[in-house]
Design a protein around this ligand. Structure first.
Ligand code: ADP
Ligand code: MG
Length: 699
């Protein structure tokens, strides 16, 4: 490999899609380096770096016809320009198109720019329009100045706008995209007809997107509804399905232990419970039973709202494995949750003679060695730990089932890695419990490699949580409410949240809050739990709260997932305006677990942004996690829910898993057909949209 500082040499042969971008005109090593931030190294990636949207600079809009909030192009004469110092320094340029005037405002400008705005010169400005206090205005338009109106020019096609990175301009990307298109003309792969996906062909569609012809249906392009866009959306969704199905097939091609007897294990478990399993739990357990009783590894996701009882479903499956002579492992996302699971499993399963081991990360070496020995020797039927713990070397005697709890970032690669934890040629079965319910239509895209079961019923006797939002200026009322609740023998959570990622800062804030609350509510026993406590201390605090020894638990978001204290009936969440909907819903799920009506108070610091106002409104409106998830997606886009651009999980260039959900079902069938009958094509498409087929082929 050549170093970035090497002067680029022209490759001997004509450039292809695999040529590095640094060999293109206008893309020296420095530009190439920056393009890397956009995931662009080869011409192929440039070709598939598609415009986010288009601007219409073909039309000139008279100032009198401008519309608030829309982008427009205006041609006008400069009246005068001045620099103002009120508040922020700004350059204000008043222009007039003969019928009305328009104010252009700039906050970043230099002296030369200012000088150029001479009265009577002509300007062509493009930007978002607002109706402000002084009439129409544009902030930071793109513009061109000329001495005579004849020297201004409109575009004859839509202007593509690309996702950018620092140091790369739209103009540069447009020029590079042109070159990529030229090179693509000579590429045989791109010319492969794919009639199942409809017209136009891939290359023609790419050309339309990068360089919309003058007569293209612009409304459609702007709405991402143009046939060329729809065609590429289908192709991308198909590529995505193909890669996920391919990975699924690789796992499924392995052999797994055939584990029967789930019905008996379920009865055994049920006998020790003070309640009966819900219909939904029983149905999902039935779906798992069929998977376990097959000689192929199970790949199943269980989706269910917070509190729907996913843990018992997992316990039934794990007990089944143990009864059939296999070991089962449970991976939790946090230490706190692993500890809680261990407590529950011991309570449920030890009376049945099953050994449960917790592989805590902070065990002393000798204790840890002892646990590892129990696992390796097969004495431990059930092993619980965090994901991190399982990534280190743990060897099992006979691992038959792995359950992954509360994880939505558990990628395909990690799922594949689990295969190696099995015994001999046998891979363990895999059961994944979702952290965040997502709409079914989205699940078929995101979890295309998994079978999905849904627990769509909460255990009986729960009353819904009443959610309210309150300014933090009303702290006094909130404290009074906590006092009332605790006087009735109930308990309360106070959740401290910070945007800073540092566990230490967050822990400090929680400690301060606990001190303050102890002073403000002298009659209450206040507990405290955060991520910096020693495991024993954390355990002690959780246990004290669970047993009612403390009444108010101050906590950081470490309690977000899974913590279960049914007597807690009120939760206060500080800085709620800064949290995402899914996180708020997860937190709120800690209350409303008993029969008493529960309350969740979202404290915010005014003034609220429009987005925050909408999020809090959603929380007040609904308790349904699937609806919250849907709203969450609508408000912030799927990328953020799953982490940005995770290849193989969701990183899509053009398709929008929410908008395009209805296209997916027919493509699933097509993907399966191709994988069987035309694996070459499948690899072609994966390579084109997702890249690096080799990565998938090796594992
Ligand atoms: P989650 O799906 O959020 O992981 P949990 O498995 O933690 O939910 O269950 C939440 C609570 O509901 C626990 O206290 C659990 O014991 C209880 N639970 C589970 N199933 C039932 C049921 N069928 N009837 C009553 N309570 C149940
Ligand atoms: Mg759970």
């Amino acid at each position: 490999m050549s170093k970035g500082s090497d002067a680029p040499r022209k490759p001997a042969s004509a450039p292809t899609l695999a040529t590095e971008v640094k060999y293109l005109k206008g893309a020296g090593p420095a530009v190439a380096q920056r393009l890397r931030a956009l995931g662009i190294e080869q011409v192929r990636e440039l070709l598939f770096h598609l415009p986010l949207r288009y601007e219409d600079r073909r039309r000139i809009t008279p100032v009198t016809k401008l519309r608030d909030g829309e982008e427009a192009q205006v041609w006008a004469r400069v009246l005068h320009a001045e620099v103002r110092y009120a508040g922020r320094r700004s350059l204000r340029v008043l222009v007039d198109d003969g019928e009305a005037s328009l104010l252009l405002r700039f906050f970043h400008f230099n002296e030369a720019q200012r000088q150029a705005f001479q009265p009577d010169r002509w300007i062509q400005a493009y930007g978002p329009v607002r109706h402000g206090a002084q009439g129409w205005e544009m902030v930071h338009p793109e513009y061109r100045l000329a001495d005579r109106p004849e020297d201004l020019r409109t575009e004859d096609r839509l202007t593509p706008i690309y996702p950018l990175t620092t140091g790369i301009t739209q103009a540069r990307l447009r020029a590079l995209a042109q070159q990529a298109l030229k090179i693509a003309e000579g590429d045989g792969g791109l010319a492969t007809p794919l009639p199942e996906l409809g017209e136009p062909g891939t290359l023609a569609a790419l050309r339309t997107l990068h360089q919309p012809p003058g007569d293209a249906d612009t409304d459609a392009l702007l709405a991402c509804a143009h046939p060329a866009q729809r065609r590429l959306v289908r192709e991308e969704l198909l590529a995505h399905q193909l890669s996920m199905r391919l990975l699924r097939n690789r796992v499924k091609a392995g052999a797994a232990p055939k584990i029967g007897g789930l019905a008996a294990a379920r009865k055994e478990l049920q006998a020790g419970l003070p309640f009966s399993l819900t219909g939904a739990q029983q149905r999902v357990i039935g779906e798992i039973a069929r998977d376990l009783d097959s000689a192929r590894p199970m790949l199943r996701l269980v989706q269910g709202d917070v509190g729907s009882g996913k843990t018992l479903v997992a316990a039934a499956a794990m007990l089944t494995a143990v009864r059939a002579g296999w070991q089962a492992a449970l991976m939790a996302p946090t230490e706190l949750l692993a500890e809680q699971h261990a407590r529950n499993f011991r309570q449920w399963l030890e009376p049945l003679g099953v050994e449960v081991q917790l592989l805590a990360s902070k065990l002393k070496k000798s204790a840890k060695d002892a646990v590892l020995a129990r696992i390796a020797g097969g004495g431990a039927g059930i092993v619980i730990g965090t994901h991190a713990v399982f990534q280190s070397a743990v060897s099992f005697h006979r691992l038959g089932l792995v359950v992954v709890d509360e994880q939505h970032r558990f990628g395909v690669q990690q799922r594949l890695a689990l295969r190696d934890k099995g015994r001999g040629r046998l891979s363990p079965h895999q059961l994944i419990m979702s952290a965040t319910p997502i709409p079914r239509t989205l699940a078929q895209t995101v979890y295309a490699d998994l079978d999905v079961s849904i627990i769509d019923e909460l255990p009986p006797g729960r009353s819904p949580v009443v959610t309210g939002a309150m300014s933090n200026e009303k702290r006094g009322e909130v404290l009074a409410r906590i006092g009332e609740v605790c006087a009735q023998g109930r308990q309360a959570y106070w959740v401290c949240t910070l945007v800073e990622e540092s566990e230490q800062v967050e822990a400090q804030a929680a400690e301060d809050t606990a001190l303050q609350l102890r002073a403000e509510l002298p009659g209450l026993r206040v507990g405290l739990v955060h991520g910096r406590l020693k495991p024993e201390e954390k355990d002690l605090q959780m246990r004290a709260f669970k047993e009612g020894l403390t009444q108010l638990l101050v906590a950081t978001t470490v309690i977000e997932v899974g913590v279960d204290v049914p007597n807690a009936s009120i939760m206060i969440i500080e800085n709620a305006e800064r949290l995402g909907l899914s996180q708020l819903h997860q937190l709120r799920g800690r209350v409303g677990r008993g029969a008493v009506e529960s309350q969740c108070l979202l404290l915010y610091k005014p003034p609220l942004s429009e987005m925050a106002r909408q999020r809090l409104a959603v929380m007040r409106e609904t308790n349904d996690g699937f609806r919250v998830a849907q709203k969450d997606l609508e408000l912030r886009g799927p990328g953020e829910l799953f982490g940005r651009r995770q290849t193989g999980v969701i990183g899509m260039k053009l398709a929008d898993p929410l908008r395009d959900a209805d296209l997916v079902a027919p493509l699933q069938a097509l993907a399966d057909r191709w994988l069987q009958q035309q694996p070459g094509r499948a690899e072609l498409l994966i390579g084109r949209w997702i890249g690096d087929v080799g990565k998938y082929a090796q594992v």
